[in-house]
Design a protein around this ligand. Structure first.
Ligand code: ZN
Length: 563
């Protein structure tokens, strides 16, 4: 009897001690999310139900019961089945360009030149004389004629306001006569190296300027003030939070924008993180390339550690450099640029701790850059340089394995495939198309892909890119099984493009890109489970909440999760 009493007492003491221990060991969390689907994208592809954040970091992922036991928090959020992904990283985009787009006449997806002219007219009517009219996003490939437009069409509605309309790919501009007059462009103006002026049969500039010829007009556009640039960046950043983007790799920035980013970070006004690449060749690059890169400025909000340059143009305007002629334009092999400055700038970047990011679209452009990387990497000490090729869009089949062999990261934008598929084969023919937008082939060969949207050139929604990556269909579902479907990505690969692999593409995989204890609390919460729902439903998935460093930077109106 005595023994059993002692036994009961012992037992009770043990239970009390255990409960005391459990209770005292439950830790504090600033936010506790429960009852959701949490894709960690960790090594084991763990899927949890709950996630705890303390301060700016993730402290645990697990089941709802487990985390409710282990953590106490003033903010417990019932996800009610919503999906948590690592914060989406846009691996290639243009913040100022997006801000500018939001302030200008939007021409994306317009189906006729007449509609473009109509939209310009509306803007002219509300713009004081003397001010320039900007537009962005036109694409003659969507028009019935598919022909480049002319200045006279704009002159009809805007004889006195100078007009500059940037093509969807950013590689051509359509302007009116007033703009050409201010820029002093005439019949006598010669095509610059790396650019082309489209002309009428009598040799007069017709109104479209391709690649480096754009400078002839754009140099006359009054430069934006620092205040205007700041406004554009803030507008763009706010827009990013709405589509779940927590970090942007901003490609090609200058000293004015560097100063603005630092200021916004100092003032706590930048809601998303920026990994920036300095545009080269430029005075900004000359200045910075001899200084140390700026890594993790302002609690990891701003990093300046990359250099961006161009080696060719784009496919839509036939500026991408091809080994053989364009299939639909015999004799034209596209344009190359910066040929003499390419190698010295890559070398300078690598030697000073900057990541080289070179834009290459055509197979010749990509071949030139791969050769340059190969040569330079052989002559510097072995290291983890992670050089990138931006777009890597059309590749010689024999160049595909070279990416992983050399450690060169392809930085690609899935939506480019589904925007270009209507005409890309006409440009390239049936053989070269096999090496175009070749995601699966690159992955098969051991590469990872840094995913980006390239906003503002082609929309800015990473979920549309995710959809493009896994379907290779447009948003109407065409073609049904996908265009060159063997190059599709799996959902896991597409998700990693915009999270873990994009983080790797910025040397940041130790800090973000997966949801693991110790990593930054950058999260994107979605209304639906994009990893399992029918692909068409991805397009109607909402971003519910965007969190950067444990701070809610976007909350969809009316969708505040239950607490
Ligand atoms: Zn770009």
């Amino acid at each position: 009897m005595k023994q059993s009493v002692t036994g009961v007492i012992l037992c009770v003491v043990t239970i009390v001690a255990f409960l005391y221990f459990v209770n005292s060991s439950s830790r504090e969390a600033t936010m506790l999310f429960v009852n959701g689907t949490v894709y960690t994208l960790d090594r084991n592809n763990t899927v949890g139900q709950a996630l705890a954040i303390h301060g700016s970091r993730i402290v645990a992922v697990g089941t709802s019961d487990d985390l409710k036991n282990r953590f106490i928090s003033d903010t417990v959020i019932d996800l009610q089945g919503q999906t948590v992904m690592p914060g989406l990283i846009d691996g290639h985009a243009h913040m100022y360009g997006l801000g500018q787009l939001l302030q200008s006449v939007i021409l994306v997806g317009v189906k006729t030149p007449e509609e473009v002219v109509q939209r310009v007219k509306e803007r002219v009517d509300q713009t004081p004389l003397g001010q320039w009219i900007y537009g962005r996003g036109w694409d003659q490939n969507l028009w019935p004629s598919k022909e480049f437009p002319v200045a006279a069409m704009l002159d009809a509605v805007s004889p006195n306001h100078p007009v500059v309309l940037i093509r969807v790919d950013g590689h051509a501009i359509w302007v009116n006569s007033k703009a050409m007059k201010i820029a002093r462009v005439t019949k006598e103006t010669k095509d610059p190296a790396g650019g082309r002026i489209l002309r009428s049969s009598d040799g007069e500039p017709a109104g479209v300027f391709i690649d480096d010829a754009r400078d002839l007009v754009e140099n006359s556009v009054p430069p934006p003030s620092a205040e205007e640039i700041e406004l554009c960046i803030l507008r763009a950043a706010a827009e990013c939070t709405k589509v779940g983007i927590t970090e942007v790799h901003d490609m090609g920035i200058d000293s004015v924008r560097i100063a603005i980013y630092k200021k916004l970070v100092d003032e706590g006004r930048l809601p998303i993180r920026i990994y920036a690449a300095i545009g080269a060749p430029s005075t900004t690059w000359d200045e910075w390339s001899t200084q140390k890169p700026l890594i993790g400025y302002g609690n990891g909000m701003f990093t300046l550690r990359a250099m961006k340059m161009y080696v060719d143009g784009a496919l839509g305007s036939r500026g991408a450099a091809l080994v053989e002629s364009y299939s639909d334009d015999p004799g034209n092999r596209g344009l190359t640029m910066n040929e003499t400055t390419l190698e010295p700038n890559i070398r300078k970047a690598i030697e000073h701790g900057y990541q080289p990011c070179v834009h290459a679209i055509g197979d010749r452009g990509n071949h030139i850059v791969l050769n340059a990387y190969e040569k330079i990497l052989m002559s510097v000490p072995k290291g983890n340089y992670r050089p990138r090729i931006e777009h890597a869009q059309v590749l010689l089949l024999e160049d595909i394995p070279r990416f992983s062999q050399l450690g060169v990261l392809p930085s690609m934008q899935p939506i480019h495939a589904t925007s270009d598929m209507y005409w890309a084969e006409a440009r390239l023919g049936p053989k070269r198309i096999k090496g175009a937008y070749a995601w699966h082939s690159l992955l098969q060969n051991g590469s990872i892909i840094v995913g980006g949207t390239d906003f503002p050139n082609d929309g800015m929604n990473p979920l549309w890119n995710f959809y493009s990556a896994i379907t290779r269909s447009d948003r109407t579902g065409y073609p049904q099984d996908g265009w060159y479907r063997e190059e599709k990505m799996s959902r896991d690969e597409a998700a990693r493009c915009f999270t873990q692999w994009a983080a790797y593409g910025a040397f940041e995989e130790g800090q973000k890109g997966t949801l693991e204890p110790g990593k930054l609390a950058d999260l994107t919460i979605l209304s639906k489970d994009i990893m399992t729902i029918p692909s068409a439903d991805i397009l109607s998935t909402d971003v519910v909440t965007t969190i950067v460093g444990g701070k809610v930077v976007y909350q969809k109106a009316g969708a505040a999760p239950a607490q």
